[in-house]
Design a protein around this ligand. Structure first.
Ligand code: PEP
Ligand code: MN
Length: 336
């Protein structure tokens, strides 16, 4: 449930309420607006304890949150979450384009890709150092060496870096190099990892599992948020359906549905959701038209030689054209 304080509520009154929440074994989440404070009461069944708060001074009203996810819900935080990342705003008017190769394969490959995506107008560099491959015999990523190369590319281009972290024990290491921690589709419900990412207080890009419902994605986000980490970006990356013409099926509905259910920024990955470079640009256009706050796109200087996901990677010049088309749609919609 949500306790909405009245505009005259004092800090003493708020503190008394916080103490009672704690005494009842619940967790409080405070959201300070310009006019009033809203306190979320988080726990198994806060509705039962409503009676203990209802006559406390300073309270305007108590509202149950009907969704199973609380902090992630728009009921709890009506305004969009917007946060800065190295000079850009995630979740604001600006459409954020993250781009780079699926995997960091070496220094020259990554630097070439990084310079090309920067030149084309990307604002964030992506690249996997730890790769969750379906086969144990496929390229698994360069590990820490890959992170070092990403850090160098950040220095050269000025672009912040997003990279995947696959295990809770790697969170401290990846946090040292990355500006945003990516939690991949296969790990969306790795609760130990969600916990560690929440504790890190680092921005997190959470990708939807390929068989996860929208509600399950939001519950996964709730794990991160419940550790006090508010900087979570959600990513639709295609789901598994009966259709085999593409690698996954882009759930374009997820964009407006998520934007309705949650205040968190929502981006779309047209590379993994289609699996074919020819379909990346049309689906990227659709995502922005549907209201996505950004994209994450695989770009490789030489897709034919890529060690992973070459077939869905754009060449730099095609990526530049994609950015051009996507920005035109964004401008039409009053974004930039
Ligand atoms: C990736 O971004 O390279 C990746 C492995 O994505 P996903 O987790 O969506 O499959
Ligand atoms: Mn990939």
């Amino acid at each position: 449930m949500m306790i909405v304080m009245n505009t005259e509520a004092t800090q003493d009154q708020i503190n008394t309420i916080l103490a009672r929440i704690e005494a009842n074994g619940f967790k409080a989440h405070i959201s300070k607006g310009e006019e009033r404070t809203v306190i979320g009461v988080l726990g198994n069944n806060p509705i039962v304890i409503r009676e203990q708060f209802v006559y406390m001074p300073g309270i305007e009203r108590i509202v149950p949150i009907s969704r199973p996810y609380k902090i992630a819900s728009r009921e709890f935080i009506p305004q969009n979450t917007v946060f800065p990342l190295d000079g850009i705003q995630i979740g604001g008017d600006q459409v954020i384009i993250m781009a780079g190769p699926c995997a960091v394969e070496g220094r020259s490959q990554l630097l070439e890709a990084a310079l090309a995506v920067k030149e084309a107008g990307a604002q964030v560099l992506r690249g996997g150092a730890y790769k969750p491959r379906t086969s144990p015999y496929s390229f698994q990523g360069l590990g820490e060496e890959g992170l070092e190369i990403l850090a160098e590319a950040r220095q050269v281009t000025g672009l912040p870096v997003v990279t995947e972290v696959m295990a809770p024990e790697l969170v401290p290491l990846v946090t040292k190099y990355a500006d945003v921690l990516q939690i991949g589709a296969r790990n969306m419900q790795n609760f130990a990892l969600l916990h560690a990412a929440g504790e890190s207080q680092h921005p997190v890009l959470l990708k939807r599992g390929n068989a996860a419902t929208i509600e399950e994605l939001l519950m996964a986000a709730e794990y991160i948020l419940s550790h006090g980490n508010q900087r979570v970006i959600l990513c639709e990356r295609g789901i598994r359906t009966f259709e085999t013409a593409t690698r996954n099926t882009t759930d374009i509905n997820a964009v407006p549905v998520l934007k309705t259910l949650t205040h968190l920024p929502v981006i779309l990955d047209p590379s993994h959701s289609t699996g074919h470079w020819e379909f990346v640009t049309p689906v990227a256009r659709a995502a922005i038209a549907a209201g996505a706050d950004g994209l994450i796109v695989e770009v490789h200087p030489n897709p034919l030689e890529a060690l992973s996901d070459g077939g869905q990677s754009l060449k730099p010049e095609r990526f530049a054209e994609m950015v051009h088309q996507v920005r035109a749609i964004a401008r039409d919609l009053g974004r930039c």
